[in-house]
Each structure stands twice: as C-alpha cells, then as structure tokens.
Design a protein around this ligand. Structure first.
Ligand SMILES: [Zn+2]
Length: 829
C-alpha cells in the first residue's frame, strides 16, 4: 500500500511539475534562482479554498508562495462556467475552460498551484441547500478531501464564512465543505476508496481570511478576537515588488471577468481568524515545523541547503551545484513525500544554476492517432559546470521510448541535439480536456479516473525525460513535448502536442430553429487535419425528421482544407420536442463524430476542444413581422445568429452606423448584453436611437450592469438594480394581458416559459416611470415579486422595450418559447 501510493505521488508530482513549475515565471535569472533555493529549505504547505475563479485572495497566495516559500495552493470548487464572458462569446463549458487557463496564468505569477473539484458553476444561487441539491454534497466533499489528502497542507484558509454573509450560495458551500473536509481528510474511515492512492492527512489548522474590501470591513476584522494579521504590502527586495503588487498582476489575468487590478504599493493588512485546529498566536504557521527537521533524518539536509542559500553567488550560480548535488544524495535516501517533492524541485534548481536549457520540440502540434511525430531535442549547458547526458526517454500515451545518449558531455554553451521518433497509438483518444470527455451528471463533471480529479488541466501527452549526471550523481528532468514555431508578428510561439482526428466535422450551428413547417439547409464542414484524405459524411436524424441526402462524400488534398457539405433537413408536422441530428465522418475504418474548435484569447495558449458533431433541431411555431434588424454588439453574445434563425436579416451596427446611417431602414434595433457598459459610441448616439424610435422604430435593450459607464437608457427614466431571478423554472406571471408582447404575432402562454436554462434573468429594473408598462413578473422562491424584467413604452410613433430576461442564453440554447417572446418584441407595434 505504502509503495503504491508513493509511486503514484511521485508520478503525480512529475505531472504537476511538468505542467506548472517551469512555465514562464514573471521572474527569471537571479530572482528566480534565489526563490527556488530558498524554497528548498521550507517544508510547509497552505491551501486556500473558495468557489470560483476570482474568489481567491491573490495577495495571500503571493505572500505565502513568493515570500514564505511555502507550497501554496488554491482550490476553486468550480471553473467559473456560469459567469458572463467579457472577452468573447464563449459560455458554459468553454468559459470554464478559458477560466481554468486564466487561473493557471494567475498562478504562474503569484507562485501558487491550482486545483478544482468536479462541481460546475450553474449560475447564481442564493442558498447552500440549492447548491447541495445540484452538486451532491458527498460528491464534492469527497473532492475537497481528495485535494487536501494529495496536497497535504499544514494550514487551510477559507475565503468565506459559510454563512449568508457570503452572498452567493456557492460561496457559503465552499466554506461549509472546507470545514467538513478539514476533519474528514484525516479520518481514514471517510472516503476509504481514495486511500489506494493517498494517505489520510490531517491539516494542523483551519483559518478564515476575512473580507477587508472596505475600511469598515477592515476595522471590523481587526477587532475579531484571536485574529492574526498578515501584511501583504511587505516589500520583497529580491523581486522588487510587494506581494500586493504581485497580487494585482495575478488578478489581472482574470480577463474574461474584467478583473484588471491595480498594483498598489504600501501596507496592506489581511486578517486570518481561527476556525478549527489549535489557534495561532501571531503567525499561521506558529508551532508547525516547516524545516527539514520535520522529516526523519532531514536535519543534515537542511544544513546543506541553508549553506547553498548562503553560498549563492549571482555571478556564478554554478558554484552552488556541488552543494545541491550533496543534498541530492541525502534526500534520495529518504522515503517520504516531502523528500520526493523536494528532490524534483532540487533537480530544477540544479538546472537553473547551470542555465541548463532542455527542449523537446515536435515537428507539428496536431497529430492524428497512428501518426509518427519527430521530436527534436536540445540539451544546452550554459555554465562551466561539467554535466553529462546519459539517456532520453519519451513517455506518454501508455508507451515509452528510451534512447541511451552514451554519456554525452554537455560542454559550456555547446548544444547537444538529435531527433527521436514516437508513434501515437492508433486508439489514442483525441485531446479533449479530461473533464469534458464524459456526459455530465447534473451540475458536476464525470471523471472516471480518480487521479485526474482536482487537476487544473490535462497532464502533457508526451514528455521527454532527460537522464543527466552531475558530479557522479544521476538526476532526471522532464520536459513536455511541444511544437515551437515563429509567428511573423508575435515571434516565437509554442503549442501543446494535441491528438486530433484526421478530419473534423464542424457544425455551423449548434441549434437550428424551424420556425414553421419548411425544410432548412444544415451545413456541416469537413476540415482535414492530414493531407490526402477522403471519405463520406452521414447524417442521422430522430424519427419524423428527414435529411436529404443522408450521406455526402468528400475528398481533400491538403491539411487545413475545408469543405462545406449542405443537407436539406425537413421537420415533422407540428411542434415536437427538440430532436437531434448526428453527423459522422467515415475515413477508412475510422468513424469521427466530433468537430474541432480552437479558442484563441491571447495571452492564453490556444485551447482545443472537440465538440460533438450534433445539431439540436427545434421545431417551433414562431411568427415575426420584422425583416431587417440592426444589432449593436456589446460584451459579446450569440444573439445575431439566433435572430437570423427567425428569418430576419441582421446587420451588426458599427460606430459609424450609429453616428451616420439612416436607421429607419431597420424594423427593429437590438442592443447586445452590456452594450451600454462597453460601447462609448452607443452611449454617445443614444439620442439618434431615440429619434429612430420616435419616428416609428423599435428599440430593444437587454441587460446592462450598474457600472460607472452606464447612462440612463430608454426614453423615460428607469433604474437598473441587482435584482435577478436565478431559478430557471421560477413561475412567470403576466402582469398586463392586453400588452401586445403577449399576443402578437405569437400568442404567449405558460408553456413558453418551460425548458429555460440557468436563470430567468438579471439586472432587472427596480423603479420606472409610469409611462412604462410591465409585462411579466417572476421571482425566486420566497422573495418579493419582480416586475422590472420587461418594460414596454410607446415613444412617438415607435416602441421601446427594456428586458433583463436572459434571451442571450435561452435563444442560442434553442428554447422555443424564448424565441416566440423575442419574436413579439421584434414585431412590437
Ligand atoms: Zn465567487
């Protein structure tokens, strides 16, 4: 049992280090060397727990990781799938993927590691009960316990209190589960199935990092008995910044949430309040031995490494290597998790001291199963310290290829390089992020391999292990195989090695609406990832539907070539429940049922996913009288295409359109979500839009947030609030049956509010001028009625509508009733 878990931990460590440790840190050269040498002397760990990307206190993380050299982690229960996206149209799974990588980018700056559970952020919730019902309490508790057992922190810091003061129900749950897990992780009778991989681990103490966003909160926190204080404003002279400044840089990586933060120098007080375990007197690590003495036989190692720190010479880092080599031999003799972890760090420290450049470069980044990749390696010792290269092992995807390098001497600044070959197994799955591979279970991901739970991202597919020797001591360094290339604009770039299908079958729309009984064209695009590929695409549709033809053949000469294939799809008579169309490309004996999507949001790396080649077919009965619709895109949403599905001709309005174009050509103009928050040209041209309404146009504004940019919308005053309805099936009542939005051209009934997703709406109006009529009322269980989700007013010869209902979610998801209500808005008279 013991060796089993030891081996597993060693393997895991390599995966984690390969994924995080030497990814570009913001500090290099001497600061990076000093940081890694100091860290070798510290054996302590701290884990922060909260619910979402952006909940973490990056100043605290930076302080412990960069200032105290502790192993520091952030466990976010979710990947932030339910939020709004400020940098693009991605929502749900894709947004969670983006945020996972934003967090990894933040952690590279603040120096902490990142973890997640299987929980999915399903949107705002008001109570912990609602959250437990959707996630399953034991399931997520098990994940928190797992991360604690694997990470083995001495101190756990909760970011929330577990009370309604935290606001969001998911925030409360992060503290409730964090506290339960603090006790359960050390109890071998809890989640015993985990013990084949890890041992039970009891952290020493549990603290709560109080909110101190405002002066009042800070004052209140400073008065809590037993609280300890951390000054994250302390200056680090080696790094040249304070921890709060690092925190500002780190926090600014949360780009999809618009978390750009200042880098404020000067004092910054943070407070930690004891929750469980023995209370600290002044410091979170009081009474915890964080030196090598905590490991049996470790004291001697500590002395050598402290000498290495003292002896370090910035001009000659290689002179530290003999001490590191001496420590290496001592550490390697100890069987202890700390020893294994520190040994891997020590190997990287030797590399840093030698300026050792190790690279494994594949000839391509996208490779299909069965293909062979050429991997060019380089080993370059940029120091006078003699090193030798003994072996090279390519391993991953269930295989390993070892090459002996026969004791190649790495002479100062003389690269040693050659090529290796690796064949991707024919049954290797495509590189879908591991949490997206299986169907979800409610609002949690399905991850059958326990060892992957908690990880922020897939471990690299293929690694090159360099077997090296220094002063007679053998050590290994692992580098992921990547593809390195030069972009004419952006310079040198790297892409992760990705296993892709020979062709990807992309659907142009995830949802196709059939607003009447007529057939519609559905397009599938075949994109080749290898040269000279041919085959056929077949469509399968549910009963009652037909696709014509049911198969089309394709042939492509070059990789990267794209070929659209058009099929005519005919719906059944009458409105049926939504159906599915499934596309399959057959190439030789391989069947491919996925497309490929590359999400690009620099500075994040390109992110590849393989969405199923399926289309949701929605047969509804929707009439619309508007033909030409102008759309003012705001923060980014998929509404223009949804409106096109109604048969409208949609024009995206530019700044010059808003300023100069004759708007009367449009039957309706719709502003995108948060358009007033994000577009100065829209705010400036609001008078022109209101003129357009007065002259007979229809203007529809969707939700905006109450930030400093927001200007009064609409012809008459109304006030935007934080009111929202988070329960997606909360009852909706009609406040004004004579309002045309409820009857023309589509007769609206309760049925139109069935099957909604995530929420009803957000940022409703809370007060409005009596010239507005309300149309709908909805509210969360037990809360006051909210009628400000849809306001309707005549203005001159036209109509103005404000609506905070979540059309931007419901229409792209293919909710028939949402289309019918929105069609009435476009057709309002
Ligand atoms: Zn949050």
């Amino acid at each position: 049992m013991r060796t089993h878990s030891a081996t597993f931990l060693a393997v895991l460590l390599v995966l984690l280090l390969a994924a995080t440790a030497f990814a570009q840190a913001p500090f290099s050269g001497t600061p990076s060397l000093e940081q890694s040498l100091e860290k070798l002397t510290v054996l302590g760990g701290v884990l922060m727990i909260a619910a979402h990307p952006d909940d973490e206190n990056t100043a605290i993380l930076a302080y412990y990781a960069r200032g105290r050299h502790m192993r520091t982690g952030y466990l976010s229960l979710t990947r932030g799938e339910g939020g709004q996206n400020l940098i693009g149209p991605e929502q749900g799974d894709l947004l969670g993927l983006i945020r996972s990588h934003e967090l990894l980018a933040a952690r590279r700056i603040d120096g902490a590691e990142q973890f997640f559970t299987r929980a999915i952020d399903f949107g705002f919730s008001k109570t912990p009960e609602e959250v437990f019902a959707k996630w399953g309490r034991e399931r997520i508790l098990s994940d928190v316990v797992w991360v604690i057992r694997r990470f083995r922190p001495d101190v756990v810091i909760l970011r929330f209190s577990g009370t309604p003061r935290d606001g969001h129900g998911q925030h409360q749950v992060s503290a409730i589960l964090g506290k339960e897990a603090f006790f359960a992780a050390g109890d071998p009778s809890r989640f015993p199935e985990q013990l084949k991989y890890v041992e039970a681990w009891k952290p020493r103490r549990l603290l709560f990092n109080t909110f101190s966003f405002t002066r009042d909160q800070e004052k209140e926190a400073a008065a809590i008995p037993g609280r300890i204080e951390v000054d994250t404003g302390a200056f680090n002279p080696v790094l040249g910044v304070s921890y709060s400044q690092i925190a500002g840089m780190s926090r600014s990586m949360h780009r999809s949430q618009g978390m750009g933060a200042s880098q404020r120098p000067g004092p910054a007080r943070q407070f930690l309040v004891p929750v469980a375990g023995d209370a600290p007197a002044k410091d979170a690590f009081d009474g915890i031995d964080t030196t090598w003495s905590r490991v049996p036989g470790g004291a001697a190692i500590g002395r050598v490494l402290e000498e290495a720190v003292r002896a370090f010479q910035p001009d000659h880092p290689e002179r530290t290597i003999p001490l590191l080599v001496k420590a290496h031999a001592l550490i390697a003799a100890i069987d202890d998790p700390w020893a294994r972890e520190k040994l891997a760090e020590l190997n990287e420290a030797i590399a840093l001291c030698a300026g050792l450049w190790l690279d494994a470069n594949a000839d391509n980044y996208a490779v299909p199963p069965g293909a062979t990749v050429e991997v060019g390696y380089t080993a370059l010792n940029r120091s006078p310290f003699p090193l030798t290269l003994d072996s090279l092992t390519l391993d991953g995807m269930g295989g390993a290829v070892r090459t002996d390098a026969h004791h190649a001497a790495l002479e100062s600044n003389q690269p040693v390089n050659a090529q290796l070959k690796f064949t991707i197994p024919a049954d290797q799955p495509y590189s879908q992020p591991f949490w997206l591979r299986e169907a979800k279970q409610g609002d949690t991901y399905t991850i059958p391999d326990q060892r992957l739970i908690g990880l922020p991202d897939d471990p690299p597919l293929l690694n090159l292990r360099f077997g090296l020797e220094a002063d007679g001591v053998a050590f290994d360094l692992v580098r992921p195989v990547r593809h390195r290339y030069v972009d004419r604009v952006d310079g040198e770039q790297m892409r992760a090695l990705t296993v892709v299908p020979p062709v990807a079958l992309n659907v142009s729309r995830d949802v196709v609406l059939f607003p009447n009984g007529e057939s519609r064209k559905v397009e599938m695009e075949v994109r080749a990832d290898v040269p000279k590929v041919s085959g056929e695409v077949r469509l399968a549709v549910d009963m009652g539907w037909t696709a014509d033809p049911s198969a089309r053949s394709f042939e492509q000469a070059q990789a990267g070539q794209q070929q659209p294939l058009i099929f005519e799809v005919k719906p059944p008579h009458g409105a049926d429940p939504p159906a599915q169309l499934r596309g399959t490309a057959r190439v030789g004996d391989r069947e491919i049922g996925v497309g490929m999507l590359v999400i690009s949001h620099p500075p994040l790396p390109p992110l590849t996913v393989f969405p199923p080649a399926t289309v949701k077919l929605v047969r509804a009965s929707v009439r619309v009288t508007a033909h030409k619709v102008g759309y003012v895109m705001g923060a980014g949403d998929e509404m223009p295409d949804a409106i096109r599905q109604l048969g409208c001709d949609v024009t995206l309005l530019t700044a010059s359109d808003l300023e100069q174009r004759n708007l009367s050509e449009f039957d309706a103009i719709v502003t995108g979500v948060r358009a007033y928050n994000t577009r100065a040209d829209l705010r400036m041209n609001l008078p022109r839009l209101l003129d357009y309404v007065r002259n007979g146009g229809r203007l529809i504004d969707q939700y905006n947030v109450t930030d400093a940019n927001l200007v009064p919308m609409g012809p008459y005053p109304f006030k935007i609030s934080h009111d929202r309805v988070t329960v997606e099936d909360a009852p909706v009542t009609f406040t004004n049956l004579s309002n045309p939005l409820l009857s023309a051209p589509n007769e609206i009934t309760q049925k139109d509010f069935e099957g909604w997703i995530q929420e009803r709406g957000l940022y409703f109006a809370s007060q409005w001028d009596p010239r507005y009529q309300t149309v709908l009322e909805s509210h969360d269980p037990g809360e006051k009625p909210l009628a400000g989700g849809m306001l309707y007013a005549h203005y001159g010869k036209g109509v103005y509508i404000f609506s905070g209902y979540s059309w931007f979610r419901e229409l792209p998801a293919g909710v028939p009733g949402a289309y019918r209500v929105f069609a009435n808005m476009l057709s309002a008279n």
